[in-house]
Design a protein around this ligand. Sequence first.
Ligand SMILES: NC(=O)C1=CN([C@@H]2O[C@H](COP(=O)(O)OP(=O)(O)OC[C@H]3O[C@@H](n4cnc5c(N)ncnc54)[C@H](OP(=O)(O)O)[C@@H]3O)[C@@H](O)[C@H]2O)C=CC1
Ligand SMILES: CC[C@](O)(C(C)=O)C(=O)O
Ligand SMILES: [Mg+2]
Ligand SMILES: [Mg+2]
Length: 350
Amino acid sequence: MTNDTPFDSNVYYEDDADTAQILEKTVAVLGYGSQGHAHAQNLAESGVDVVVGLREDSSSRSAAEADGLDVETPAEAVAQADVVSVLVPDTVQPDVYENAIEPNLDPGDTLQFAHGFNIHYNQIRPPEDVDVTMVAPKSPGHLVRRNYENDEGTPGLLAVYQDTTGTATEEALAYAATIGCARAGVVETTFREETETDLFGEQAVLCGGVTSLVKQAYETLVEAGYSPEMAYFECLNELKLIVDLMYEGGLGEMWDSVSDTAEYGGLTQGDVVVDEHARENMEQVLEQVQDGTFAREWIAENQAGRPSYTQLREAERTHEIEQVGEELRALFAWAEEEADEETEAVTADD
Ligand SMILES: NC(=O)C1=CN([C@@H]2O[C@H](COP(=O)(O)OP(=O)(O)OC[C@H]3O[C@@H](n4cnc5c(N)ncnc54)[C@H](OP(=O)(O)O)[C@@H]3O)[C@@H](O)[C@H]2O)C=CC1
Ligand SMILES: CC[C@](O)(C(C)=O)C(=O)O
Ligand SMILES: [Mg+2]
Ligand SMILES: [Mg+2]
């Protein structure tokens, strides 16, 4: 374990992991979607005995079987396993838990998650005689798979909610190593911290904040009479290049790389756009994550058949920027090559 850093959290790497803690066990991976296909294939290629749990009529069955994996129903997979990795969507986990997992769990088994939503908000209440752990890659699943194939790592989080065996941390670390996360680094946290920061991050910045910023800036330019293609390039396309610089070397590398004009304009106008009201709104978003308001809303939305979600998705899909982007990306050879590579990687992975 390494903690010669200025941070409070422990950070683990491959050398800290005793992979025997997982190589000696059978892992049931429930779900073969974004995270499921990556965990199942990475575990299997690392030498772990893996069984994938999918419904009889699951659209993912053929992909998992084509990838050479043993596929059973979720109930049968859990019955065979020592570690149950719950990688079906958060919204169906309570149902899958009740019907397939709980009746087939043995004392000393492990319930393993990639996100803490259902444990933290008490939608799943495991028995006291099993370990409950989390290994949460900080990345979309397809990159977890791609990085593993390229001998690279994906940073991840590790948390233990319940440790009845006394070896929960060691086993979770071995799991993190065999899916490739410990190659990059695994940060120890809690279910509460992972759940609340993950939800806040995806709502305020990664998925919500960024898309709203892009759409509103695009609309501002187009409504002022500028061409949609200029608006697309300025407000969406170039964002990737700017974020790549921040990813590589922090805000500093980005500021160093742009012109002084951009730096001065950015430093003076950034806080005008994302002002103290945006900050207050962020605090409200965080509060609703912390006090369970968002979780209750999302659970109720699913129970009602997702009426708002369906409408919001449709509005996003039909926004003008999507049409403009599709047409523009098709004009550029580099985009076509990248899209082809991407499709090949995803098709190969799925
Ligand atoms: N997406 C990501 O990159 C990240 C996800 N996570 C977490 O990982 C977990 C999994 O998320 P994600 O990978 O996005 O999930 P997906 O939506 O990609 O999962 C789809 C898979 O789940 C199966 N599935 C759906 N419903 C059921 C059901 N009722 N019974 C059995 N199988 C079912 C689907 O099979 P079928 O064909 O039968 O529908 C499919 O194989 C979540 O906890 C999420 O928060 C964490 C970090 C990042
Ligand atoms: C950013 C979205 C995410 O939290 C992720 C890929 O980490 C998710 O829930 O998919
Ligand atoms: Mg996340
Ligand atoms: Mg998330």
